[in-house]
Design a protein around this ligand. Structure first.
Ligand code: FAD
Length: 359
């Protein structure tokens, strides 16, 4: 029977980065991914500049820039009444870019494979047994065995649910996303637009397409979709991807032989566009912990260090996340603040804080 050092459930940014770092550290690594890549994913497609150092360590920064992408030069906040506040983003090598998740995630998963991870796509994890090692059952009726398990399976984590760790979701909001034809003269800006029913995020992802996200409550989301149809002149039968929840409590990230990373561990408000960074970074932290344990270092110490690393990653940033959540839950209030010209510096400093490289 083949026993992997580590099995990773989910091949998004968290799972792929973790798999690549684990394989590079010499661990016999397995990734189990439900979908066949390349696949799209509900996301604003914006890569926070903090991602670059992690992508450098994965030897992927150059390849990411070889994918079709847009270099983003500013964020424009638009109030309910149409008042606009524009904030410049950092320029140069550390700039924020937007890239379709189908391209980006596929590149990461291929990197994990290249450096030695075994990747099984179209393989949905359905059951878990823990008897010292893990026995992982899948919808394809195959069982896999591993010494350690990583949950990188997103905000509705099956692993967390199967271990009775998944917090009850606050199903107060839902997100829709589509790629639509890029409106003429849209420019290189990210638009964050407050609307009576919620908000919309817009970013050009290449020369021809705009990523359009809508976030609202179940009763208002169809009105948001109608707004988008008339505002962007898109067809009524435009297909939309959808996801919920937008908010839920975090799952403790470090357990005996089980680590949670990325959205499986903590869901952040999409408005700040930082989720991919947290996914990549927590993937690397988890791989470092497992590499230390496999080299015979103190397990508890490695787990504590991993948990501390994750806490530090969010340190000083969760208040921005809470502020963003408060703003998007009350678009009228947020619009009022944006209009009050004297608080524009707050938006500038918040945007700078979010878009400044962290590692
Ligand atoms: C509307 C919206 C806009 C956003 N915009 C941005 C943005 O612009 N920038 C940004 O940085 N972040 C953004 N985010 C957040 C970002 O999308 C996530 O933080 C990021 O995708 C987390 O990566 P992950 O690898 O943890 O999880 P995911 O990307 O969700 O990957 C999880 C993977 O696990 C697989 N999986 C799930 N269940 C199973 C199972 N049972 N068995 C096997 N595989 C399984 C899935 O198929 C998936 O591939 C946005 C989020 C939303 C909702």
């Amino acid at each position: 029977m083949e026993i992997f050092d580590v099995a990773i459930v989910g091949g998004g940014p968290a799972g792929s980065s973790c798999a690549a770092f684990c394989a590079l550290a010499g661990l016999h690594t397995l990734v189990l991914e439900r979908e066949k890549f390349p696949r799209e994913k509900v996301c604003g497609d914006c890569l926070n500049p903090s991602c670059w150092p992690v992508l450098e360590r994965l030897a992927l920064a150059r390849q990411v820039l070889d994918l079709p992408h847009s270099k983003l030069t500013s964020v424009e906040f638009i109030t309910i009444d149409g008042h606009k506040v524009s904030v410049d983003l950092p320029t140069g090598n550390d700039c924020e870019i937007s890239v379709k998740r189908s391209w980006f995630d596929d590149l990461l998963l291929r990197r994990a494979r290249e450096v030695g991870a075994v990747v099984r796509e179209k393989t949905t994890v359905t059951a878990l047994e823990h008897n010292g090692d893990w026995k992982i059952a899948t919808a394809t009726n195959e069982d896999f065995h591993a010494r350690a398990l990583i949950a990188a399976d997103g905000r509705n984590s099956t692993v967390a649910r199967l271990r009775n760790l998944l917090p009850r979701a606050a199903r107060e909001r839902v997100a829709l996303q589509a790629h639509i034809p890029l409106p003429r003269n849209f420019g290189k800006r990210v638009v964050l637009q407050f609307l009576r029913e919620g908000y919309s995020g817009q970013a050009p992802v290449n020369k021809a397409e705009l990523n359009l996200c809508l976030v609202g409550t179940p009763p208002t989301i169809s009105r948001l979709r109608q707004w988008a149809q008339s505002h962007f002149e898109i067809a009524a039968d435009q297909p939309w991807r959808t996801i919920t929840p937008l908010t839920r409590a975090p799952v403790p990230c470090a357990h005996e032989n089980l680590l949670f990373i990325g959205d499986a561990a903590r869901v952040v408000e999409p408005f700040t566009g930082e989720g991919i960074y947290y996914a990549l970074c927590s993937g690397e932290l988890a791989a470092n912990a497992l590499a230390k344990i496999s080299r015979g270092k103190d397990r508890q110490l490695a787990l504590r260090k991993f948990a501390r690393g994750c806490a530090e990653m969010y340190q000083g940033r969760l208040w921005i996340n809470r502020l963003a959540r408060a703003a998007v839950l009350s678009p009228r209030l947020a619009s009022f603040f944006i209009q009050a010209a004297r608080v524009e510096p707050i938006f500038r400093s918040l945007t700078t804080k979010i878009a400044t490289p962290k590692l």
